[in-house]
Design a protein around this ligand. Sequence first.
Ligand code: URA
Length: 245
Amino acid sequence: MERLQKVIAQAGIASRRKAEELIKDGRVKVNGKVVTELGVKVTSSDKIEVNEIQIEKEEPVYFLLYKPRGVISSVSDDKGRKVVTDFFSNYQERIFPVGRLDYDTSGLLLLTNDGEFANLLTHPSNEVEKLYVAKVKGIPLRENLRKLEKGIRLEDGKTAPAKVKMLSGDKKKQTAIVEISIHEGRNRQVRRMFEAIGHEVVKLKRERYGFLTLGGLKAGEARELTPHEVKQLRALASDKSKKNS
Ligand code: URA
């Protein structure tokens, strides 16, 4: 038995909150009857319709992809560019990325067909820590890296404290490699943080997402998460929301 709004969210139709609104608005039917209460529980044999269309229940699946550069973090692209779900074309499930990496960013990206799981991980109060390695133009001064650590003002507000570590600097080529961990997920955040201290990011890779790493994967390769990893990710995100509330 699962709560109706959870089943709708898991089918990838809407976030749990939106599913609750759909129910309250009378747009959800269970076995042919409109249900407007939120507490209702359903089983896998119940017929659920949203806006008169029966939802397809899929077994939840969870993947970790090493996204290469030059791929869009989306399920389709109107310009016909490669998208992350192209790596899963032999799966029937309607999977989508959990959050996004820029077109030119490579690294660890999660994908799932479980809308509730995706919402939990990407909700601003639950965002798990992500570690990036950036190659930047010029060699940042320690004091500027400190600014990133403390939080820096961007056009959409000050960033939360970050962990920053200079890995190497090439004086001849005037480039540096810097590791940065953040737990927010704003649009182009790492690139904008470095821009704010005067260093353009020329290469960016996400190496870690919470406790998950790329392991031995090569760019373009993916693996399924283990049930234990999925559980751990859920616990990590829920823990954060408790701490933040
Ligand atoms: N920060 C960025 O600037 N780009 C990404 O893809 C991820 C984090």
